[in-house]
Design a protein around this ligand. Structure first.
Ligand SMILES: CC(C)(COP(=O)(O)OP(=O)(O)OC[C@H]1O[C@@H](n2cnc3c(N)ncnc32)[C@H](O)[C@@H]1OP(=O)(O)O)[C@@H](O)C(=O)NCCC(=O)NCCS
Length: 166
């Protein structure tokens, strides 16, 4: 049988992206609680959903369009658009879904959306001890531009400030 005309399915796009809604809160909190020793509260997520400058972008498993809203949530990124800068507040991926490119894909999607909205720089803070996250950001072109000593009051840990031009 002959293949129908048109481009083949994209093998490099296994995820789909959408903005979080309140219906996603339970699953997002599950991921948040597994990802951080000092997680955000559900209340904080609720408030974040109400801020016009804030986006919580979710990555789901790629599914046909009709099923897209029910695609399992794999991870999320929270960022603010402040003038021409993206401030990355939080990135987390479910433990069983790590090292398959979910965080990288989320940050690349954020970058694309940010550029379209006029952003020219992305900035974030990361714990000095968080090697996986630092490796992730470096692999995407973020560079260390400063340190905030004792930024995380819980453990008195320094924050590394990282920036990327978009
Ligand atoms: C950090 C985190 C978001 C990475 O998510 P992920 O989906 O597993 O990351 P990806 O698969 O997209 O990895 C992309 C790149 O980041 C780097 N990386 C990711 N996890 C890493 C790890 N455990 N060790 C070393 N490098 C790592 C690698 O360079 C990787 O590329 P590779 O797999 O081709 O080597 C995830 O580990 C997580 O949720 N951690 C807990 C929450 C957290 O610390 N968030 C960051 C707060 S600032």
């Amino acid at each position: 049988m002959r293949r129908p005309a048109g481009p083949p399915p994209r093998a490099d796009a296994p995820f789909l992206f959408r903005e979080m809604t309140i219906e996603d809160l339970d699953r997002v909190m599950e991921i948040e609680l597994e990802a951080f020793a000092h997680p955000w509260s559900a209340e904080l997520f609720r408030r974040e959903l109400g801020h016009a400058w804030s986006t919580i972008l979710i990555a789901g498993e790629a599914r046909p369009a009709a099923e897209a809203r029910r695609a399992p949530v794999l991870g999320f990124v929270i960022y603010w658009l402040v003038h021409d800068e993206l401030h990355v507040l939080n990135v987390a991926v479910a433990p069983e879904e790590r090292r398959r490119g979910v965080a990288r894909a989320l940050l690349e999607e954020m970058t694309q959306r940010g550029r379209l909205a006029g952003a020219v720089l992305a900035t974030l803070e990361v714990r000095r001890s968080n090697r996986p996250a630092i490796a992730l950001y470096e692999s995407l072109g973020y560079r260390q531009v400063g340190v905030r000593p004792n930024y995380y009051v819980d453990e008195g840990e320094d924050a590394i400030i990282m920036n990327a031009d978009l």
